[in-house]
Design a protein around this ligand. Structure first.
Ligand SMILES: [Zn+2]
Length: 376
């Protein structure tokens, strides 16, 4: 049986939890199927249950820890009832004493991400009544879905400001254990529900005066252990790029619009997309859905070279060239610099039409050059 108390609930345990000595309760050979980058990989390993552990099993939305048992790699940890099952690459004699170490870098990242999620969830709710409907801890971004159809830049700025204020105030993060899962007091706390096979005490995480939630994950002990929350829009831009990265067949043209974002958002998104696919042609728009907004059009050297002679006339009303018509349909003005076209549009409502024109033009350029290098 594993003890959640050891899961770094208290600051004094930060260092203790990096290494821990315990006993092997059971060890059985197993074929484990792991999925990485969409590919299934069968691994012959051993299912190890320890008397106690410091490795967090997957659960409650938080990924599992990595680490070692006697220097042997642990490739997965999962919870089965009250047990944490470790998947290790070697066998250990039942009853033997072993030393467990946690991959601290991964763990601490999860602790920070997860605590930040609680904090942002609590602040978004208290400031604007935006409830968190789901969240996901990823590498390197935590995604939080709020129950609202739109969030303005002012609202995001306010959430960011208050979140940073709370981090600077070094507010304690405290776990409380409730031995009985039927305890009526538990109903007052935010919860995403206990697993059906939950056994043992229920843990409630309190961020003083901000949020109190049922949670079994790992967290920092004080908000000061988080780095400052910098630009939620920046995180969103990185998340959009991460979604593009997951596409197995990357489209040569990346078109994107976000209401109420800004120029920095466009720049971060474009640079992230180009990192994933240097040949991508990016057309990113921000601002009002129908009226005024900003846009940027960026492409690889060859395509930009093909577009450049025409792009120079983008502010003119020359309907014979698709790129010019993009400016026309958006009622846009802007400047070309270093192969990038940035401008201000007055008819964002027409961006679907502009995107269609761009795709047509890029497709004809790619076909005419016979270039099949469209990203992979
Ligand atoms: Zn939590």
């Amino acid at each position: 049986m594993y003890s959640l108390v050891r899961h770094l609930c208290f600051p004094i345990l930060y260092l203790l939890s990096v290494q821990f000595t315990t006993q092997v309760t059971s060890c059985e050979p197993v074929h484990l199927v792991l999925t990485a980058n969409g590919k299934k990989n069968k691994v012959n390993c051993f299912q190890v249950i320890l008397k106690d552990t410091i490795l967090f099993p997957e659960g409650g939305g938080q990924p599992d820890d990595r680490g070692t048992i006697n220097s042997v790699e642990v490739i997965k940890v999962e919870r089965k009832g009250a047990s944490a099952v470790h998947y290790a690459l070697s066998e250990f004699p039942v009853g033997s004493e072993v030393t467990v170490k946690v991959d601290w870098q991964r763990r601490f990242d999860h602790m920070q991400q997860h605590t930040a999620q609680h904090l942002i969830t609590g602040i978004a709710d208290s400031l604007f009544g935006f409830k968190t409907t789901s969240w996901y801890l990823g590498d390197p971004i935590v995604s939080i879905e709020l129950d609202t159809t739109s969030v303005s830049k002012e609202q995001l700025d306010e959430i960011e400001r208050v979140v940073n204020e709370k981090i600077r105030a070094a507010i304690p993060v405290t776990p409380h254990l409730y031995p009985d899962k039927e305890d009526p007091k538990l109903s007052q706390f935010r919860a995403r529900g206990l697993p059906d096979d939950h056994e043992g005490p229920v843990r409630v995480l309190e961020i003083q005066d901000i949020d109190t939630t049922l949670c079994c994950g790992t967290h920092v002990a004080n908000l000061s252990h988080l780095q400052l929350c910098q630009s939620l829009l920046k995180e969103m831009a990185q998340m959009e790029a991460a979604v593009y990265k997951l596409q197995s067949q990357k489209e040569p043209v990346f078109c994107h619009f976000r209401k109420d974002a800004d120029g920095d958002y466009m720049s971060i998104l474009v640079s992230n997309i180009l990192e994933v696919n240097k040949d991508a042609i990016c057309f990113v728009c921000v601002g009002d859905e129908k009226e005024s907004g900003l846009f940027t059009l960026v492409g690889p050297a060859q395509i930009v070279a093909d577009l450049s002679p025409k792009m120079q006339y983008l502010t003119r009303h020359d309907c014979s060239v698709s790129a010019c018509r993009i400016a026309e349909v958006l009622e846009a003005k802007g400047a070309v610099s270093g192969g990038r076209y940035r401008g201000k549009a007055n008819k964002m409502g027409n961006r679907a039409k502009a995107e269609k024109l761009l795709r047509e033009q890029v497709s004809s350029l790619l076909n005419s050059s016979g270039d099949s290098n469209q990203g992979s």
